[in-house]
Design a protein around this ligand. Structure first.
Ligand code: UT7
Length: 336
């Protein structure tokens, strides 16, 4: 039986900075409201010419460079996104030729905010089974082209940003789990009865003969809809719960963890989790203040930035957890 390890990370955000003041010019909101409720100061939005796989390509190239591998060694692409370049096929199919690769499988993961950890779990399982040896896992989103930027959509649109993160996951043999880089475990969860608490209703077969029509668009059914308070409360509960469960599964404690890399939906969610679990705040690495919620990209962006900031070093034990649309949530415990 094999194990897997993360051997490289990369990230890319588009250069265009959108501040809270910029948003206040588009809708009835304010810098103070956004900061107080979410901790977000600014986010990045693409210019019209850029698509999701453009961001994914740059993040992937950096991850491949940092892994020190030849891209031809990649034998599978896993692509987590809720905002692909096109409806069909998945984003991974468009990324593959941009990377100059061919024939290897490209699989999209649609688990929104939990997409990266779902992808990591799939990568780990593929590698453990021996099916693939070197997997490129990408989380990438272009949210800015799919938000209602009027006052009607303000509860959602101020939270989201564009960006991409990527990692290379590779087969390894673990001699000493106390020092050797590897993924200890991943755990995945879904509560589908809450699917409509955070969703994008259309286009879809449930919307009638054409999947979407003019009336649906006028109603805004192609924009994300969210029951913010319910999502917030469940995020705090489920992230805390699944993290503790993962540590117990590995006979580890919160004190063993050197760095916590949680999904970035709201700074207050992560502060509340740290408070409830009595985790020292300095061990939680947050990027939401500068990038907003980039959904599937938040955790790999956090990895790449933490490495560059010297906060994530080889041999450190990391605890990651995410929560989002589905509801889905997930954890991963790994030694970097
Ligand atoms: O990745 C997972 C996905 N997302 C999340 O995890 C997000 C979870 N939820 C949240 O982060 C929070 O619920 C929000 C930040 C979305 C909202 O914060 P809240 O403290 O739950 O505010 P609220 O929804 O209760 O709204 C309070 C007030 C309302 O006005 P009234 O009814 O009190 O007059 C809203 O209409 O704030 C108003 N409001 C805004 N005001 C200014 C909502 N959005 C905005 C806005 N600017 N952008």
């Amino acid at each position: 039986m094999y194990n897997s390890e993360i051997i490289g990370s990369g990230m890319f955000v588009p250069p265009r900075v959108v501040t809270n003041h910029d948003l206040a010019a588009l809708m009835d909101t304010s810098h103070d409201w956004i900061i107080q409720r979410s901790g977000i100061e600014e986010r990045r939005w693409v210019t019209e010419d850029l698509v999701t796989t453009d961001l994914a390509l740059k993040a992937s190239e950096e991850a491949i460079r940092s892994a020190g591998i030849d891209k031809k060694e990649i034998d599978c692409i896993l692509f987590a996104t809720l905002s692909p370049d096109h409806d069909i096929p998945g984003g991974g199919c468009f990324l593959q030729p941009k990377l100059g690769l061919t024939d290897i499988p490209a699989i999209d993961v649609r688990q929104a905010c939990s997409g990266f950890l779902y992808g990591l779990s799939i990568a780990d399982a593929f590698i453990r089974s021996g099916q693939y040896k070197t997997i490129l896992l990408v989380g990438a989103e272009v949210h800015s082209k799919g938000l209602d930027k009027t006052t009607k959509g303000r509860d959602v649109s101020v939270l989201f940003g564009d960006g991409a993160g990527a990692v290379v996951v590779r087969r390894t043999q673990v001699r000493d789990p106390k020092t050797d880089s590897h993924i200890f475990s991943t755990h995945l969860f879904t509560e589908g009865s809450s699917a409509k608490e955070l969703w994008i209703p259309g286009p879809g077969s449930a919307l009638g003969a054409q999947r979407i029509n003019k009336e649906h668009i006028e109603e805004g059914l192609h924009y994300p809809q969210m029951n913010g308070k319910k999502v917030f409360a469940n995020a705090v509960r489920r992230i805390s719960e699944c993290l503790l469960q993962a540590l117990e599964f590995n006979q580890l404690t919160l004190d063993d963890v050197d760095l916590f890399l949680f999904h970035q939906a709201n700074l207050r969610i992560n502060q509340m989790i740290a408070q409830e679990l009595k985790i020292p705040p300095e061990t939680v690495f947050n990027t939401i203040q500068r990038y907003g919620n980039t959904t599937a990209a938040t955790i790999p962006i956090g990895m790449a930035e933490a490495v560059k900031a010297g906060k994530l070093k080889k041999g450190m034990l990391v605890g990651s957890a995410a929560f989002g649309s589905g509801f889905t949530w997930a954890s991963a415990v790994y030694r970097w």
